[in-house]
Design a protein around this ligand. Structure first.
Ligand SMILES: *Cc1c(COP(=O)(O)O)cnc(C)c1O
Length: 393
């Protein structure tokens, strides 16, 4: 039996809604389903203002554009993140200034932001890894003291909170992803969350290719024109229809994912007690949206052998980010210090299969295989210790 890493969950309503769009013959962006998705986030979830985009990468690019990032501007961000976090700002000429992760979990270490902030810094970009909140009070305090905007790359964070506040609603902007691998999907898709109303108008212009088309549609102006820089960031109605079906089933999706996540935790926590692995650390201020179940091995070598062992047992577990300060594109220009934790997570972290619909039986197969692996590691550790002891006689 093969256990995939991810299997997108289809609730059943997707086909009905996508068909409605096809029947309507209105396939481009910002029609009924976009409106329904916007209302879901603004009315139900209470976000101030949102715009559906064709990816989280797009929403991040919009943030960089709206913040008027200029060539040479420094933007502090974690090294242990997806390439889009950096790329979206680098496209506008920003210099990514990479910060290390915490030892607690892969999130940015706030003391790293304090170390790196300087007069050239124009923004702070943070990532809530695995949907587990960063230490936002500390981060917002540093940002406020230095008068800097914060962008939350909340790509993985739908349904997760920091001290009761939804992730993505704390910084100036937040971004979600609805990529196939995320909790809720439209195939490809994203969301820009605008928390500072001063950017609302500019964001609408940027979203619609730099025009005031939305104002024209609301009959606030009698023609629309090129009014700013922008691009085509809208999500198609076909994707919005798919997304809306998933949003309607959000609670059900989350229940299934959390059940799977908790089963993993129960079955593996004794390995953490033995210090063989480190399991996700969820601080008191954070919640868990069961986006990723990860574990951190003691060494890169052990991690690689664990992945191979699982693969040999028909289980697709995977590593995650490769620290960006060490990437082929950026490394030649990197002048900072070693980022020890970013490198440690690059080499030691494993993500286990996790999706809504993963069965109890499949989870038990995964955890059994992991226990088997560590059983052998323990014997190996013991042999190493024994061979170091002076032999009797
Ligand atoms: C998935 C992800 C992205 C990119 O999302 P897309 O919708 O594929 O553009 C960006 N940042 C993080 C942290 C992600 O996990």
């Amino acid at each position: 039996m093969k256990i995939p890493f991810n299997r997108p969950y289809i609730t059943g309503l997707e086909k009905t809604y996508v068909n409605e769009v096809l029947e309507s013959r209105k396939l481009s962006g910002n029609r009924d389903f976009t409106g329904k998705c916007h209302a879901h986030f603004e009315k139900q979830a209470g976000f101030k203002k949102v715009l559906l985009t064709s990816s989280c990468t797009d929403a991040l690019e919009m943030s960089a554009l709206l913040l008027d990032i200029q060539p040479g501007d420094e933007v502090i961000m974690p090294s242990y993140t997806f390439v889009s976090t950096a790329n979206s700002f680098a496209l506008r000429g920003a210099v990514p200034v990479f910060a290390d992760s915490s030892t607690l979990n892969p999130n940015i270490d706030p003391s790293e932001i304090e170390r790196l902030v300087n007069p050239k810094t124009k923004a702070i970009l943070i990532v809530h890894y695995a949907g587990i909140a960063c230490d936002m009070d500390r981060i917002m305090k540093i940002a406020d003291d230095n008068n800097l905007p914060v962008v939350e790359d909340a790509a993985q964070s739908i349904g997760s909170f920091y001290k009761g506040r939804p992730l993505g609603t704390i910084g100036t902007f937040g971004t979600f992803s609805f990529h196939e691998t995320k909790n809720v999907t439209s195939g490809e898709g994203g969301l820009l969350i605008i928390n500072d109303p001063a950017y609302n108008q500019k964001a609408e212009y940027a979203w619609e290719k730099g025009t005031n088309r939305l104002e024209f549609h609301r009959k606030e102006t009698d023609k629309y024109n090129w009014v700013s820089l922008g691009s085509s960031y809208l999500m198609s109605e076909l994707n919005a229809a798919l997304l809306y079906a998933q949003l309607e089933q959000f609670e059900q999706i989350q229940t299934l994912r959390k059940e799977a996540w908790n089963l993993y935790y129960q079955d593996l926590k004794h390995l953490q007690e033995e210090s063989l692995i480190q399991l996700p650390n969820i601080p008191d201020y954070a919640t868990n949206n069961a986006h990723i179940f990860y574990l951190v091995c003691r060494t890169g070598n052990e991690r690689d052998r664990l992945l191979k062992h699982l693969q040999n047992n028909g289980i697709l577990a995977v590593f995650h980010y490769l620290a960006l300060h060490e990437s082929p594109y950026f490394k030649p220009n990197y002048k900072g210090t070693d980022l020890k934790n970013a490198i440690m997570y690059t080499s030691n972290l494993v993500r286990l299969p996790l999706f809504a619909g993963l069965t109890k039986n499949e989870i038990e197969q995964v955890t059994k295989s992991i226990r088997e692996f560590f059983h052998n590691e323990r014997i190996y550790d013991q042999e190493k210790t024994d061979s170091k002891k002076p032999s009797a006689g």
